[in-house]
Write a protein that binds this ligand. Structure first.
Ligand SMILES: [Fe+2]
Length: 497
C-alpha cells in the first residue's frame, strides 16, 4: 500500500483514567432528545437509525477489577429522516442483571444473562442487541426499549455472536458462536430471513477459545481458532472463590465443564458474579493459531485448518474466494486486524497494544497459509461496504489507534485495494473517532458512493456528535451535535426503515 500521511493525535490517558471522567466514563441517565442541532446537510436518502452498543456499567464499579469489555450494555441511537435528525436516545439493554440493578422487573430469561453490550443489528424485522460467549441476544423496540430475550424462535437457545454476517443474496445470517461450557467446539449457524436457524453445525476447535468474529465468502466460512482461552482460575477469582481453594476447585471444575451440563441457574449465577468485573478469558500461548475453512454447506469434519503465525484477530475486514481463470476456487483471502498478543497482562482491557492490517491467503491447493502486511499502522474497527460481504471489495475503512496507548484517536483510514492506496485522514488533533459504518446512497450506488457514519468525541470542547463523512473524500457531510456525552463503545450499524 502507498500511504498519504496524517499525524497521530494526542495520546490518551490510561484506561483507568479514561473511565473516570474521560471519554469512556459511563453515563448514568437515559435521555430522549428531539431538538438536535445539525451542521452541514444530512442526505435525504438516509431514512433509519444509526444505533451503537457498548459497555456502560450501571452505578459505580470497582476500578481494581473492572474490565472494560464487561459492563452493562447501553445502546445510543440517532433517528434520521427527510434530511433531519429527529431524535437521540440512549437506553440500557435490560438483561436480567441490569434490569435488577435498575430496580425493574427482569425480562423473561431463556439464556445466560451476560450484558448484551457489543453490537446492534436488524434482522427478521427485529432490532437485536448482541453479545458473544453464550450471552442472550435481546430484542429492542424502534425506540430502543428492551422487549426481551431473543433466541431465534427457540432455534438457537445457547447464545449467539456479535459478528454475524448477512449474505444479501439469500437474506441469511451466518454466525460462529461459542460458550465456555461447550469446550472443544464452536457452533456454526445459518439463520433464515424469517429469523429461524435452518442449520446448526458443530466445528471442533482446541480448548475453549474466544471467537469474536468470522469470515464469510461465496463458498466458505472462515473459523478463527486463536490463542485466547477461557481462564477458569481467573473466572473463579472473579466470582469470589477464596484464593486458597482456587487451585483444587479449578482442577475439579475443569473436569466437569463440558461433561456435566451447566444448568441455566448456575450459568446465570456465574454471569451475574462476573457482571461489571473481570474478564474470564486470557492469552493462551500454548493454543495454536489457525484459520479453518469450512464449505458453507459442509459439516464439522469438512473443515480444513491452516496454521498461521501466532496472533489474535478480533475483527475481520472482509474475506473472499480467489478464483482462477477457469473458475476454480484456489484460495481463500482473509483481511483482518492482527494483534501479536492480547489479554496478556492487561487487566482492564486491551491497552498499549500494536495492531496492523494483515492479509492471509489460505491456499486450498497446497494447504499452506501466507500472511502479508497491508498496513502496519495501528488500527481497529475495520469495515467494508457490506453489500459486498463474501465478495471481492475494493474499499475498506478503519479507525486509527494512537501508537503509544492503543486507544482510538482522531484518524481514520480508507483503503483502495485496487490502486493500493491507503488514505489516512485526521478529524482533528484532540478528536477521537469510534467505529464508522458505510451507508450507500442507494441500493445500486457505487461502492464508495455514500457516507461513513459514527460517533465522534471532541476532546477540546468535550462535545460529542454523530459524524457523517463522504466515503469517497472523507470530508464532513453533516454533524448531528449531541448535548449529552456518548462514551466510547463497540459496534454500531445503520438500521434502515
Ligand atoms: Fe467486535
Amino acid at each position: 500500500m502507498t500511504t498519504t500521511e496524517s499525524t497521530p493525535t494526542a495520546a490518551a490517558a490510561p484506561m483507568t483514567e479514561l473511565l473516570a471522567g474521560g471519554a469512556y466514563d459511563p453515563v448514568q441517565a437515559e435521555e430522549t432528545i428531539t431538538a438536535l442541532r445539525v451542521t452541514g446537510t444530512i442526505p435525504e436518502y438516509l431514512d433509519g437509525r444509526y444505533v451503537r452498543n457498548g459497555p456502560n456499567p450501571i452505578g459505580p464499579v470497582d476500578a481494581a477489577t473492572f474490565h472494560y469489555f464487561m459492563g452493562d450494555g447501553m445502546v445510543h441511537g440517532v433517528r434520521l429522516r427527510g434530511g433531519r435528525a429527529e431524535w437521540y436516545r440512549n437506553r440500557w439493554v435490560r438483561s436480567t442483571d441490569s434490569a435488577k440493578a435498575l430496580g425493574e422487573p427482569a425480562p423473561a430469561s431463556s439464556g445466560v444473562s451476560v450484558a448484551a453490550n457489543t453490537t446492534v443489528i436488524q434482522h427478521a424485522g427485529a432490532t437485536l442487541a448482541l453479545v458473544e460467549a453464550g450471552g442472550s441476544a435481546y430484542a429492542l423496540t424502534d425506540e430502543l426499549e428492551t422487549v426481551g430475550v431473543w433466541n431465534f424462535q427457540g432455534t438457537l437457545p445457547g447464545g449467539y455472536t456479535a459478528h454475524p454476517k448477512l449474505d444479501r443474496a439469500t437474506g441469511e445470517l451466518h454466525a460462529i458462536s461459542y460458550r465456555f461450557d461447550r469446550p472443544g467446539r464452536v457452533q456454526y449457524s445459518v439463520v433464515d430471513p424469517r429469523g429461524r436457524a435452518r442449520r446448526v453445525v458443530d466445528v471442533p476447535v482446541h480448548g475453549s477459545p474466544m471467537v469474536h468474529d468470522m469470515g464469510l465468502t461465496q463458498g466458505h466460512v472462515v473459523v478463527l481458532d486463536l490463542p485466547i482461552e477461557f481462564d477458569l482460575g481467573r473466572a473463579m477469582r472473579a466470582v469470589g472463590v477464596p484464593p486458597r481453594i482456587i487451585g483444587p476447585a479449578t482442577r475439579v471444575a475443569s473436569r466437569m465443564i463440558g461433561r456435566v451440563p451447566m444448568n441455566g441457574r448456575l450459568a446465570d449465577l456465574a454471569a451475574s458474579r462476573l457482571r461489571n468485573g473481570d474478564m474470564p478469558y486470557s492469552w493462551a500461548p500454548q493454543h495454536p493459531s489457525r484459520l479453518g475453512v469450512l464449505p458453507r454447506e459442509g459439516s464439522g469434519v469438512n473443515v480444513r485448518w491452516f496454521e498461521i503465525d501466532q496472533c489474535f484477530i478480533f475483527h475481520v475486514l472482509g474475506a473472499y474466494d480467489e478464483v482462477d481463470e477457469d473458475g476454480r476456487v484456489r484460495a481463500v483471502i482473509v483481511d483482518g486486524v492482527r494483534y501479536d498478543s492480547v489479554f496478556d497482562d492487561d487487566a482492564h482491557g486491551p491497552e498499549g497494544l500494536t495492531t496492523r492490517l494483515a492479509r492471509w491467503r489460505l491456499d486450498l491447493v497446497t494447504g499452506k497459509a501466507t500472511d502479508s502486511t497491508v498496513d502496519d499502522r495501528p488500527q481497529e474497527f475495520p469495515r467494508i461496504d457490506e453489500r459486498l460481504l463474501g465478495n471481492v471489495y475494493r474499499y475498506g475503512y478503519a479507525t486509527g489507534l494512537a501508537p503509544d496507548t492503543g486507544f482510538i484517536d482522531g484518524r481514520i483510514v480508507r483503503y483502495d485495494f485496487q490502486t493500493g492506496q491507503a488514505t489516512w485522514h485526521s478529524l482533528g488533533s484532540r478528536v477521537e473517532v469510534g467505529e464508522l459504518v458505510f451507508v450507500p446512497s442507494g441500493p445500486d450506488a457505487a461502492e464508495d458512493d455514500g457516507v461513513l457514519m459514527g460517533f465522534v468525541h471532541d476532546g477540546e470542547t468535550g462535545a460529542d456528535r454523530l459524524e457523517l463523512l463522504d466515503a469517497a473524500t472523507l470530508e464532513s457531510v453533516a454533524q448531528v451535535h449531541l448535548p449529552v456525552r456518548v462514551p466510547h463503545g463497540f459496534h454500531g450499524n445503520w438500521l434502515p426503515s
